[in-house]
Structure formats: C-alpha cells, structure tokens
Design a protein around this ligand. Structure first.
Ligand code: SIN
Length: 286
C-alpha cells in the first residue's frame, strides 16, 4: 500500500490495494492510522459494489442508518447521492458541513463511492478542522473552549426550512418539515479526541444556529467569521472525482462541501456512514 499526500495539510491518495478483496486486520489498522493523520483517504479506480463498500466502512466504525434521508432499496445503510441532469436546483451538501451534526450522536465518518460523474465539475472540498482550531486566535479559542454550539436539522425541519427553489429536486428523498429536526442539540464547539487529545473545531453553517449563552443574532457574525477561518485555502483539499473513486473522511475533524457546478449532467454516488465513540466522550475533561 502506498500513501501520497494530496496537499500539505489534508488528504492522501491510497494506492496499491484492491478494496474488492478481503481487508486483513493489519491493513485495517494501517487504514485507520492513515485516516487519523490525513483525515480524508482517496482510493482510485475501485468500482466497489455495496458489499465491498460496507466492508470498507466497517474498517472505520459501525455502519449506521441515517435519519431523514431515505436509503436505497438495496440496503438501509446506503444513501444514493444523486442529482439528475435536468435538476437545476440546489445540491445535497452544498455548503460547508459535517454530516448529520444535528443528531444526538453524530456519525464519526462517511464513505462515498462514485458511480456516475459529470464530465467536469461536481468536485468535493474538504477542510481540516484540527488546523482550524490550532490556528484560531487566542481570543476566539477562549470564547469557544468549553462552550457548546447548538445544532439543528434545518433542511429537514419547519422553523428553518429552506426555500423550495433551493432544494434538490427530489433525486435524494428526504423527510422534510419534521418538527423533530428543529430540536436543539448541544455539542461541544471544540472536540477533544478521547484517544489522542487532538482537538478540532466542530461548527458548521448548515446546522449550527447559535452558540450557547448567546442569541442567534449575536452568534451569526461569529459563525460567519468562523466559517471563513475554518475553510481557509491552506486547510483545504479539492477532490476531483474519477470513475470508481472511493473516499473516506473523518466527520469530527473535517468539513466538506459539494460543489454545484455541473448543471445538465448526472452525478451519482453511494454514501455509507459509520459511528464512532459517543459525542460525550469528545468533551474536554473540565
Ligand atoms: C455529502 O455531503 O455527503 C455529499 C458530498 C458530495 O456529494 O460530494
């Protein structure tokens, strides 16, 4: 197996392995180690079926079924990330976010497997949130350390429901207008890895409405400033998909953004998601 960094700060291309075959315990440990260092792993030309994708997912954590997104008919733990050529609306994941941060136990990571790609565009951006925390000013670190951010499932709820014209046209079937998605979840604004002590900023503009102890209006400029900081080009990589590419990312240490620039072309990927340790374990000890 070979590991080649994609940028100086995030991402690695992993080559020399065929993920259709069995994954030994040694290889699994090597892949987990690579993910913990590089946060995004890219495997080219794999063309995985669902069984192989789920096997890979299981290397990193327990595969889980997500709420609010209707899974494929084939498997309740697989989501089809699909945008049809005639869909000129928004795209799924079209702003910086970490997956499902608004649920009680957000997933630790995701796997995305490319089936059909536009001839250009449809890239995915990833940003390293360990670096975002490391490079935050002392004043903002003091403000965020030990403070919760409040996450809400805005796209799926009532109170913050997005305008119809910006919603993806329905290639991805979601449960919308569910009052339960408006429920506020308090998660630490900075996560502390229980195994290593590594810290990462855990805020995103899709799901975070405010910081604990502040109003939405007071929080908004801070969330905007943090978005700009957290996605500085130095912290980012841009993934150009190629047929059969499979990507794994750390959901607690990265943000990602699906670029909506391929109107008139179809894009289809399969996503699986894995659980890690409970989010309470990621609170810094007082
Ligand atoms: C997602 O947010 O999981 C979708 C990413 C993508 O379509 O590139």
């Amino acid at each position: 197996m070979q590991e080649d960094p994609i940028t100086g700060t995030i991402g690695a291309e992993i080559s020399g392995i065929d993920l259709k075959g069995p994954i030994s315990d040694d290889l699994a440990a090597t892949l987990r180690d690579a993910l913990s260092r590089r946060l995004v792993l890219v495997f080219r030309g794999q063309h995985l079926d669902i069984a192989a994708q789920k096997r890979l997912t299981g290397v990193f954590g327990t595969p889980v079924q997500l709420p609010y997104i209707v899974p494929t008919d084939d498997d309740p733990q697989v989501v089809r990330v699909l945008k049809e050529a005639d869909d000129h609306s928004g795209t799924f994941g079209g702003d910086w976010h970490s997956d499902m941060s608004f649920v009680a136990e957000p997933p630790a990571g995701s796997v995305l497997n490319a089936l059909e790609l536009p001839p250009y565009g449809g890239d995915t951006l990833f940003a390293n949130q360990v670096l975002a925390w490391d490079h935050l000013s002392p004043g903002l670190r003091e403000l965020l350390d030990g403070r919760d951010a409040i996450h809400v499932g805005k796209p799926y709820g009532v109170k913050w429901a997005p305008p119809a014209e910006t919603q993806s046209k329905g290639a991805i079937k979601m449960t919308r207008l569910d009052p339960e998605a408006d429920r506020e979840r308090f998660h630490p604004a900075v996560l502390t890895d229980p195994a290593t002590g590594r810290r990462s900023l855990y805020l995103n503009p899709i799901y975070v409405t405010r910081l604990d102890g502040m109003t939405e209006a007071e929080s908004r400029p801070l969330i905007d400033a943090l978005r700009t900081h957290a996605t500085r080009p130095e912290f980012c990589m841009r993934l150009r998909w190629t047929p059969g590419t499979v990507v794994v990312w750390d959901n607690f240490a990265t943000l990602h953004y699906a670029v909506n620039d391929y109107a008139g072309h179809r894009r289809e990927l399969l996503r699986t998601t894995f659980a890690g340790r409970p989010i309470a374990d990621w609170r810094a000890a007082a």
